[in-house]
Design a protein around this ligand. Structure first.
Ligand code: SF4
Length: 294
């Protein structure tokens, strides 16, 4: 039985939508049209969203409500990803990499994918200030050794999927960068952050890389894995730092059990609001949340 696949890029379409069938009473409580399609995969971000606020998960992945507003921070991070991806593809094709102007062009193209009227800015930021920030950040990226990865590039924005847990749909992972040396495979996940990460923060975020590592280990079982975050801070003094996460089998097993519990809660339709300043300030579903009848 084939239970693991390396997918051609974009084979799942542009959307990461993960719809699930839902009972009629939930549909009426949400006052929305609910798509009824069998779920065939989950992503780490959807599991994480459920843990933050199960009702927000419901609106996004079950009810399929459109997100009318998107935070500037999200658009910025996505555009930086696009620029880094372009750079690594240049290296993969045997080139020297990119210069700053090219990367800024990629950033701009990534930014322009989002209709301007749908972007929400915090009071302290604007399109211009974020454009200047992108200039400094991409300059720092090019100056850092992370723009020149050690070893052979074997994957960029690679989609992997496979069943890691019995009774839970396939996990879909998108790996920012995968490289190979004689003695290890390295999986690198790029983050943009408002402040520098501590070791604790990297450790707290390790679950995502552990799950991705489990998928890669099935594909390449004979080599040790190295998991790392590459964190670009959006601070006055830009820093690009690398945080390594050990591939710890016990921690992976614990993470799998958490995913299984979350999936059980989703399947049992345990959806309720979890209001907090952190959760709600960036939530695109505040109006439907207010109308949610419980
Ligand atoms: S507004 Fe807050 S409580 Fe309501 S769905 Fe969004 S994150 Fe959850």
């Amino acid at each position: 039985m084939v239970e693991f696949q390396l997918l051609p890029r974009g084979s799942l379409g542009a959307s990461d939508a993960e719809h699930v069938s839902v009972t009629p009473h939930l549909a009426s409580r949400a006052s929305v049209a609910v798509p009824v399609q069998p779920r065939d995969h989950i992503s780490y971000s959807s599991i994480n969203l459920f843990r933050q606020c199960s009702l927000r998960y419901f609106f996004k992945y079950v009810a399929g409500l459109p997100e009318e507003k998107t935070s500037a921070s999200f658009v910025f991070g996505r555009a930086v990803h696009r620029a880094a991806e372009f750079h690594y593809r240049e290296l993969l094709s045997g080139g020297e990499g990119s210069n700053l102007d090219t990367l800024l062009g990629e950033f701009q193209a990534g930014w322009d994918e989002q209709p301007p009227e749908t972007i929400t800015f915090p009071k302290t930021e604007s399109r211009d200030s974020l454009g200047r920030l992108a200039d400094r950040l991409l300059r720092a990226f090019l100056d850092s050794d992370l723009s020149r990865p050690v070893g052979r590039i074997i994957g960029i924005e690679e989609e992997l999927r496979g069943r890691l847990i019995d009774g839970v749909p396939d996990l879909l992972a998108r790996l920012d960068l995968m490289t190979e040396t004689d003695d290890a495979i390295t999986i690198t996940d790029l983050k943009t952050a408002r402040s520098a990460w501590s070791g604790q923060q990297a450790d707290d975020s390790a679950e995502q890389l552990l799950l991705y590592g489990a998928l890669v280990r099935r594909l390449i079982p004979h080599k040790p894995l190295r998991l790392e975050f590459m964190v670009a801070t959006k601070t006055k003094e830009i820093s690009i730092t690398r945080h390594t996460v050990p591939f710890d089998q016990r921690r992976l097993d614990r993470t799998k059990r958490i995913v299984e519990s979350v999936w059980r809660a989703i399947a049992a339709e345990h959806f309720f609001p979890s209001p907090s300043a952190m959760n709600c300030s960036t939530c695109p579903f505040r109006d439907p949340c207010r109308r949610w009848s419980g």
